[in-house]
Design a binder for this molecule. Structure first.
Ligand SMILES: *[C@@H]1O[C@H](CO)[C@@H](O)[C@H](O)[C@H]1NC(C)=O
Ligand SMILES: CC(=O)N[C@H]1CO[C@H](CO)[C@@H](O)[C@@H]1O
Length: 382
């Protein structure tokens, strides 16, 4: 349910970024999504600005279109900026008038690369969801942060990061059945207090689904919080960082593995274009074993030895993916997010997967090809 108040406040997002009626927005996102419809089209109406609508996002046409229409701002979501960075560099990459980019989902490494490639564009990364009753804005110059919990925003929306047990996929409670707050530097489940000023309007005609998003009696009897389903970390200075979706983070050897973090580190390899990390179930084993589906850069080969060395340098052993699956293309949702479900279900069985599969082989300090014969004995090599 999008109330008028919600719709109107969403239309104000670009004004908060300093946009004016002189700006020209280049819009490539699907219009049924709140981002394009309310922040984008609604934002242009609110501003009296020009909106250039593209039927479908195209990474190769993006900057040419921006130049052609004199675009000064755009909306991004999910992996969109990564796809722009993945395009071959061109001399004129910085020749454009774009000055503002607003969206959510840009990863720190992509953020830095994007600014280096395309020039000093102000990136406004925000955190929020269509139905959620809270939003954070990166109003500081902190790369990677989704926002900051200043006294002011804490006063406006009361939120908490709650201690969460990844293996049981449930909140940790004290002996009175109340929730505990996560410590500084420790990922916690983001929940936001539902009040008259920050209401949760729920889903149309589906009370059950609406109720599922709410947590009651969190700290005291009768309080109600909206469950965002996201794990975030707060640092000493109050900056908030997105860690992972609940359900994506998995446990292996008693340790938590945040898939976003691992994917980012794999993505640092020069031969890898993008990585999608997830945990798969394995017979007779507790927790889930780490796996990465990767797309290689054009004309690049997979180098198991270098990847192994890189991961040993950057990740503790429990977080290093045991299996790597090479994909021709990553499947994404209509909002440019990686799909994981089908990958999780297919696991690492070479009988099912026709693409090359590699596994982490400690004795040879490398990732080596997973053949059908080796697969039959995988449980021993783990
Ligand atoms: C873009 O700006 C240039 C220079 O200001 C102008 O000549 C041109 O007509 C503009 N293009 C469009 C599509 O408005
Ligand atoms: C509003 C604002 O200051 N946004 C900033 C968010 O972080 C990036 C990266 O440092 C800055 O470029 C933006 O200016």
């Amino acid at each position: 349910i999008i109330t008028h108040l919600r719709a109107l406040s969403a239309c104000l997002a670009f004004i908060q970024c300093g946009a004016t009626s002189q700006d020209i927005m280049y819009l490539t996102l699907p219009l049924y999504h709140i981002s394009a419809s309310l922040l984008g089209v609604g934002g242009c109406i609110e501003l009296g600005a020009t909106c250039v609508l593209k039927k479908k996002f195209s990474a190769s046409q993006f900057w040419n279109d921006c130049r052609k229409y004199n675009a000064t701002m755009f909306l991004y979501i999910g992996e969109l900026c990564r796809y722009l960075c993945n395009q071959p560099s061109k001399e004129g990459d910085r020749v454009h008038k774009v000055r503002i980019a607003l969206g959510n989902g840009i990863r720190p490494a992509v953020w830095k690369e994007f600014l280096m490639r395309f020039g000093p564009i102000k990136i406004f990364e925000f955190y929020g969801s269509t139905e959620g009753n809270v939003g954070f804005f990166n109003y500081t110059n902190k790369i990677g942060a989704v926002g900051r919990a200043g006294i002011f925003s804490k006063f406006l929306h009361s939120f908490e990061l709650l201690k969460y047990d990844i293996s049981k996929e449930e909140l940790m409670k004290d002996k009175h059945g109340r929730c505990k707050k996560a410590r500084i530097g420790e990922p916690g489940l983001l929940v936001t207090l539902v009040t008259q000023e920050a209401p949760f309007s729920g889903y149309v005609g589906n009370n059950e689904a609406s109720e599922k998003k709410l947590l009651r009696n969190v700290f005291v009897k009768g309080d109600v919080y909206f469950n965002t389903g996201d794990l975030l970390v707060m640092d000493r200075n109050g900056f908030l960082y997105f860690t992972d979706r609940v359900g994506d983070t998995f446990r292996w050897k008693g340790e938590n593995v945040a898939t976003v973090e691992v994917a980012e580190i794999i993505g640092m390899m020069d031969f890898i274009q993008e990585a999608n990390v997830y945990g798969v179930n394995i017979k007779n084993c507790e927790g889930r074993i780490g796996m990465a589906a990767v797309v290689l850069k054009p004309d690049q080969a997979f180098d198991g030895e270098r990847l192994y060395k890189h991961l040993v340098d950057f990740l503790p052993s429990y977080a290093r993916p045991r299996f790597v699956r090479i994909m021709d293309a990553m499947q994404i949702t209509s909002t440019f997010k990686h799909q994981k479900m089908h990958l999780v279900n297919e696991g690492f069985n070479p009988e099912i997967i026709s693409e090359p599969l590699y596994f982490l082989h400690e004795p040879s300090c490398s990732y080596i090809l997973l053949t059908r014969e080796i697969y039959k004995n995988t449980l021993e090599v783990l």
